[in-house]
Design a protein around this ligand. Structure first.
Ligand code: ACO
Length: 399
């Protein structure tokens, strides 16, 4: 088994969205709160014509058709989602409808969930299957899909919707470097869904941001030391070509990048400018200090623009797709015309509240462009229908 990883990828999002500038007006928040403060442009949403099962079916059938796969050639299918519409029957079983005509019922895997992390767990399970003695030589398919909706209030503008399907197998153009990955798991109540009668989460916004950033720091330290122990290349903002982060909203990703900049400064991998050095001494290196934080963000801007900013395209225009969010970032990177992933390394950070998080790396080879050539998401994104905030609120009430 060589070069196990991602052979093909498809993304799907509903064809209706609401504009974040219009939401700022409708919600009576200051101009720029959503677009600058959160860094979001548009938020995708589904009407009552779609649910988690249907968007997962759509993305799966698009993957199979666009890559010319025979349904019989899929030996494992696992979906990560936190949009649960049944407490027993998994979305995976609904996806089996699509296999019926082929007669293939020998398809391992079910639905896996933990907030925004389920897709990554599904991916790791699938990689483990291919590396195991149970592997029968067929493809694995991983789906990460969610409809993210919040109750009225500040969090509502950080909703979104989307689905990603990934074809996993040998000799892949995007190789997942399974030998070096690091995780941070903990028991936290930052975002959870304790009420079975409501699809809205209970959210402690500040705790969720802090838990995310703490998990990020722990995973970064873990993957750095594992990489060193395995005699692999250094992992740092300087040495790694691109970064994809779980993106509930873009501003948090920029904060995450600045946090990694701080970690690299602390380890002496990066050298601060005289101005930043002075501020570090003045604040005794307290990176919670707003002025220091601002300076770090400013100083990390060049690396941010070179290595991460372009990964946010789908997220900024569809919002948070929970489990799909990280893979929306990967797809945005793959399909960005200014990016060439050949022989390049991408570091990915997956986070799910509660909390479960992992960091891992992917290396591209020249054939990865087939994924870019197969996708039509830029056209679909441009052809969506804009709906008013009032219409969005009606849909939310209807749900
Ligand atoms: N113009 C420009 N920026 C503005 C404006 C304005 N008019 N008004 C506010 N801002 C800035 C603020 O200064 C703040 O920036 P900072 O983060 O750099 O300090 C930013 O906009 C956000 O404003 P706040 O008032 O701090 O945030 P709010 O109370 O709206 O809550 C939050 C934001 C916590 C993200 C909320 O939307 C939420 O709870 N979302 C769901 C939870 C979430 O996404 N957590 C992230 C990880 S867990 C997950 O993935 C679900």
């Amino acid at each position: 088994m060589t070069d196990i990883g991602i052979i093909g990828m498809e993304v799907y999002f509903p064809n209706t969205y609401v504009d974040q500038e219009e939401l700022e007006v409708a919600y009576g928040v200051g101009k720029g709160k959503h677009t600058i403060g959160l860094g979001q442009h548009k938020m995708a949403f589904a009407s009552d014509r779609e649910d988690i099962n249907s968007i997962a079916m759509t993305v799966l059938s698009n993957l199979v058709n666009n890559y010319g796969i025979d349904w019989k050639d899929i030996g494992r299918l696992e979906i990560g989602t936190e949009t649960l519409i049944d407490k027993s029957k998994s979305t995976k079983t609904c996806l089996m409808e699509l296999f019926k005509n082929s007669g293939n019922h020998d398809v391992e895997g079910v639905t896996t969930y933990n907030a925004c992390y389920g897709g990554t767990n599904a991916l790791f399970n699938t990689l483990n299957w291919i590396e195991s003695s149970a592997w029968d030589g067929r493809y694995g398919v991983v789906i990460a899909a969610d409809l993210a909706v919040y109750s009225k209030g500040n969090a509502r503008a950080t909703g979104g919707a989307g689905a990603v399907a990934m074809l996993i197998g040998e000799n892949a153009p995007l190789v997942i470097e399974s030998s070096i990955r690091s995780s941070f798991m903990d028991n936290q109540y930052d975002f959870y869904k304790p009420d079975p009668n409501s699809e809205y989460p209970t959210v402690d916004g500040v705790l969720s941001q802090n838990t995310y950033l703490n998990a990020l720091t722990k995973c970064y330290a873990g993957i750095k030391s594992k990489s060193l122990a395995h005699g692999k290349e250094d992992i740092s903002l300087k040495d790694t070509d691109y970064f994809c982060f779980h993106s509930p909203y873009s501003k948090l990703v920029q904060k995450a990048f600045a946090q990694l900049y701080v970690e690299d400064l602390n380890q002496g991998v990066l050298t601060p400018s005289p101005e930043l050095q002075e501020k570090i001494e003045e604040t005794k290196g307290n990176f919670k200090d707003k002025a220091l934080n601002k300076l770090v963000t400013k100083e990390s801007k060049t690396l941010w623009n070179e290595k991460t900013n372009m990964s946010l395209h789908l997220g900024q225009n569809c919002g948070n797709s929970y489990t799909g969010s990280l893979y929306f970032c990967l797809m945005s990177l793959i399909c960005d015309p200014t990016v060439d992933l050949t022989d390049k390394r991408v570091l990915l950070f997956s986070y799910g509240s509660g909390c479960a998080s992992s960091m891992f790396t992917i290396r591209g080879n020249a054939e990865y462009t087939q994924i870019r050539d197969t996708s039509d998401f830029h056209d679909r994104l441009g052809n969506r229908i804009k709906k008013s905030p009032e219409f969005y609120e009606e849909i939310m009430a209807e749900r």
